[in-house]
Design a protein around this ligand. Structure first.
Ligand code: CA
Length: 226
């Protein structure tokens, strides 16, 4: 089992030290960054299971960072807010944070909250961020594109999910059908082409410049992430 990875975005080294130490004692792996933008980059580039996000950061406010992350990820976020700033709490939860902790706080208590949220999110979310543009929610059988849920048929969902799970890999029509169609009688090449056409149309409703799916003549299809 791999260690859960917690990202800590906090500009005060002593607070960050306390948090990362408490996380380590409980068997978590953590990454500490000082700037909000660095935090966004880490969420984009690495597997992060939860973000602890200070509201008062030197470059961009934690609220902006949270909104930014929510554009492409539903990773759980806990805000660290200054004492007495009730408004922070309300705003934080409204823009998509999962919880908040008021400074000064006990690192042990914060870690306890982390565990509760991870347990909750393990049960609820089976969603995966593929890129800034695509997010797959397996539990709901849903794919979001640019944060908008696509209205896909079961076959369209299956095709797009297979392509997205291995970006750049070229799948032949046969390979796609083997992965998605249960009954061999229904399999014929044109069916894939038709579904690809409707998936493209649906993506272009959301972003009319969409070019995510590439046709490889005589071979098949792949997905290219921006
Ligand atoms: Ca701060």
């Amino acid at each position: 089992m791999s260690l859960k990875h917690i990202l800590v975005v906090e500009d005060e080294p002593s607070i960050a030290d306390n948090i990362t130490y408490a996380l380590k004692l409980d068997g978590f792996k953590s990454t500490w960054v000082v700037l909000g933008q660095e935090g966004v980059d880490v969420v984009q580039q690495e597997e992060v299971d939860l973000v602890i996000l200070d509201v008062g950061l030197p470059d961009i406010s934690g609220f902006e960072i949270c909104k930014n992350i929510r554009e492409f990820s539903d990773v759980p976020i806990i805000f660290l807010t200054a004492r007495g700033e009730e408004i922070d709490r309300v705003v934080g939860l409204e823009i998509g944070a999962d919880d908040y902790v008021v400074k000064p706080f006990s690192p042990r208590e914060l870690v306890a909250r982390v565990k509760v949220i991870l347990r909750r999110s393990n049960n609820q979310r089976v969603s995966k961020t593929i890129s800034k543009a695509f997010m797959i929610d397996e539990a709901k059988h849903q794919i979001k594109y640019c944060n908008t849920p696509l209205e896909l048929t079961a076959y369209e969902y299956g095709i797009l999910k297979v392509l997205l799970n291995q970006p750049e890999r070229i799948y032949s029509r046969e390979q796609l059908m083997e992965q998605i169609w249960s009954s061999p009688q229904e399999r014929f090449d044109r069916v894939i082409d038709t579904h690809i056409k409707t998936i493209r149309a649906k993506l272009r409703v959301i972003n009319h410049n969409d070019n995510s799916i590439t046709t490889h003549r005589g071979i098949g299809y792949s997905v290219k992430l921006r």
